[in-house]
Design a protein around this ligand. Structure first.
Ligand code: ZN
Length: 346
């Protein structure tokens, strides 16, 4: 089976080529084939596409290059999609796909081409296991069990799938029952197994360690790094980062009311960090975050907690999460002598 990898215009070429080079070196029944960028367009990287917009590129490529119906065409794109899936697929002819090829630095602490190649390698074996990809969808596991078929509704859980690179016993049964050849299974397993260590090394945490120093970097995105954990980056979205930084700045803690009173300061920081330039979107988000009647702030606080627990474990996370009784001051308990404000943002 041939798998044609096509690149959307806006994707950085280096990332595309590293995916191709990685996948093409494995021998077996699947040949991963590179193709020149097909679509010639200039669309903002940040504007989400519909699935059909992405898949249209596969269809055009298929027609222009007389691709065999049984071959797969996979578009690598850095444009997000509705409803924000990692992989999208066509209803017909069942063999066109796109793989979201950006923002992986939010989930993993390695180069982005590894998770992209991992996701792509799974497509042909899922096709063999389930026929139409639509059926594969029905067999996705939820909750997460550390199998390559995990759905990962909470996107941060995808790291477990990458770290285990494993087929659970239920999936192995399907592999045996369907027409997945040993050669195909071995080729894909070998790829996954080789990629897997890249997700492990930098995020290994010793559970009983004392809290790490924390640095807020002096660059455009103001990364938050755990200095003593190999500069592990905390993967916050811009809004989560704003909330975290505000609480980090006020060690005595803030009530919801006190947080909302700092709207000007919050707006200033968010404008610096936001990845949108649209003033209306920015204003709406700030209004929402600083409205004491909205859930936005408490959602960000629980998301921050969730991200930290996943990243460094429950025990260590306690030093960094924003906690406190409802309707009273909430605070980050971290000893502030461990904080290095390299950034001048606050
Ligand atoms: Zn499974």
């Amino acid at each position: 089976m041939k798998v044609h990898l096509i690149k959307s215009q806006e994707l950085v070429p280096d990332r595309y080529w590293r995916v191709v080079k990685l996948l093409e070196k494995y021998n077996g029944p699947i040949s991963f084939i590179s193709a020149e960028p097909f679509a010639n367009e200039s669309i903002s990287h940040y504007v989400p596409a519909t699935w059909d917009e992405h898949l249209e590129k596969c269809r055009k490529y298929r027609d222009a290059y007389f691709v065999d119906n049984d071959d797969l065409v996979i578009l690598l794109t850095s444009r997000p999609n509705f409803p924000n899936w990692f992989i999208g697929f066509s209803e017909f002819p069942h063999n066109d796909f796109f793989v979201h090829s950006d923002d992986w630095d939010l989930f993993v602490d390695c180069e982005q081409f590894y998770p992209i190649a991992f996701q792509i390698a799974l497509i042909p074996i899922r096709k063999q296991m389930f026929g139409h990809y639509q059926f594969a969808k029905e067999y996705f596991h939820h909750p997460t069990r550390g199998c390559v078929q995990d759905l990962c509704k909470n996107k941060l859980e995808i790291i477990f799938k990458f770290r285990t690179a494993d087929f659970c016993s239920e999936c192995i049964e399907i592999v045996k029952k369907t027409n997945v050849s040993n050669d195909l299974f071995n080729q894909i397993s070998e790829i996954l197994e080789d990629i897997r260590p890249n997700f492990l090394s930098k995020t290994k945490i010793e559970p009983d360690k004392k809290p790490s120093r924390l640095k807020v970097t002096d660059d455009r995105v103001n990364n938050i790094l755990l200095t003593d954990l190999n500069n592990l980056k905390i993967p916050f979205s811009p809004l989560e980062k704003v909330v975290f930084l505000i609480y980090l700045k006020y060690p005595e803690g803030l009530t919801v009311h006190e947080f909302c009173e700092r709207k000007k300061e919050i707006a200033y920081v968010y404008r610096k960090l936001s990845n949108t330039d649209d003033p209306t979107i920015i204003r709406d988000r700030i209004d929402n975050l600083t409205n004491p009647l909205s859930n936005s702030l408490s959602e960000k606080i629980s998301r921050i907690k969730q991200i930290l627990k996943k990243l460094i474990g429950d025990e260590l996370a306690q030093h960094y999460i924003i906690s406190g009784p409802n309707a009273e001051k909430k605070m980050i308990s971290l000893d502030r002598s461990l904080v290095d404000w390299e950034s001048k943002i606050l």
